[in-house]
Write a protein that binds this ligand. Structure first.
Ligand SMILES: Cc1ncc(C[n+]2csc(CCOP(=O)(O)OP(=O)(O)O)c2C)c(N)n1
Ligand code: SF4
Length: 288
């Protein structure tokens, strides 16, 4: 695919100059192009926030949910048409805060989709309040004495719940981020990619320099199939490991486990509606 196939033409982009979201948008386009995914095969689902504007700037099928509600919509889209490539993409506040319970439930369900989280450790759109991943001591206009809570650790939660795939990237390195996104999209099952993304306007602590100094890549000898080692890596927070932290490709996917596909793989959206059968089901329930 030519990367231009995902372009929306001349549109206004609402992000601040220097924001890490620009790098994620162009890196995602490059990854999609290299995987040869056509815009009509793709659905990008988001919630609310700066990161959640991503499907507005990408030519593809899109669904913009309520705050924190990207994942249930994405799971439903995948279940009704398993032939689509589904990506849920939003900010750390949207996915881990407002959408926190959906995050946990989606890991457990294991739909074959990718979840890209733009992790800037802050609420960008609403001008700099603390998000679930904000570091302890981070001072904001609301948390004037600094954040007092332990940051939410999405990688450790994912490994603890035996996620199918979890990786971490830093958008200061677009080449490696692209490779990680490609691996996630190619993985069969739920694939989480948490991408460190500096918010240059409202997070003056966790800057490009800070992320560079506080991250390192897992080396080639690292085995992402070793869950205990993955957990050790997930809880490292003085310098955060980057790369594929855990992968468990043998887990059955949500849609493959659904009764509706046990006999017939035809996507539900393409089946002929049988209103008489539906009426029978409703009548049976009424009689209960
Ligand atoms: C139910 C609800 N609560 C709060 C808000 C206000 N709100 C909009 S975006 C946002 C935070 C977004 O932060 P994040 O997901 O980290 O994305 P970013 O803007 O940093 O990319 C909040 C709290 C809302 N729109 N709806
Ligand atoms: S407020 Fe932060 S996250 Fe939002 S566009 Fe500006 S730099 Fe990016």
């Amino acid at each position: 695919m030519d990367i231009k196939g995902y372009d929306m033409g001349h549109i206004d982009i609402g992000w601040c100059p220097g924001c890490g979201n620009f790098g994620i948008l162009s890196t995602l386009k490059n990854a999609l192009a290299e995987l040869d995914i056509a815009p009509e095969e793709l659905v990008v689902v988001s919630g609310i926030g700066q990161a959640a504007k991503i499907p507005h700037y990408l030519k593809c099928n899109a669904f913009n949910g309520l705050h924190g509600r990207a994942l249930p919509a994405a799971v439903a889209i995948k279940a009704s048409n398993p032939e689509l490539i589904v990506i849920a993409e939003s900010g750390d506040g949207d996915m881990y805060g407002e959408g926190g319970n959906h995050f946990i439930s989606t890991i457990r369900r294991n739909p074959d989709m990718t979840n890209i989280v733009h992790n800037n450790m802050v609420y960008g759109l609403t001008k700099g309040q603390a998000s679930p991943t904000s570091q302890r001591g981070f001072v904001t206009p609301v948390q004037v004495n600094g954040v007092i809570l332990e940051p939410f650790n999405p990688i450790a939660i994912a490994v603890a719940l035996q996620v199918s795939f979890v990786a971490r990237a830093f958008i200061g390195d677009t080449d490696m981020t692209k490779e990680i996104i490609k691996k996630a999209i190619s993985h069969k099952g739920y694939a989480l990619v948490d991408i460190f993304q500096p918010c240059v306007s409202f997070n003056k602590t966790n800057t490009y320099e800070w992320f560079k100094e506080n991250t390192y890549y897992l080396d080639d000898a690292y085995d992402p199939g070793d869950r205990i080692r993955a957990f050790e890596k997930a809880v490292e927070t003085t310098r955060f490991p980057l790369g594929v932290i855990y992968a468990n490709p043998d887990k059955a996917t949500f849609e493959a486990s659904l009764n509706v596909y046990s006999q017939d793989p035809t996507p539900v959206v393409r089946r002929k509606r049988d209103l008489a059968a539906l009426q029978q089901v409703m009548d049976r329930k009424r009689d209960l």
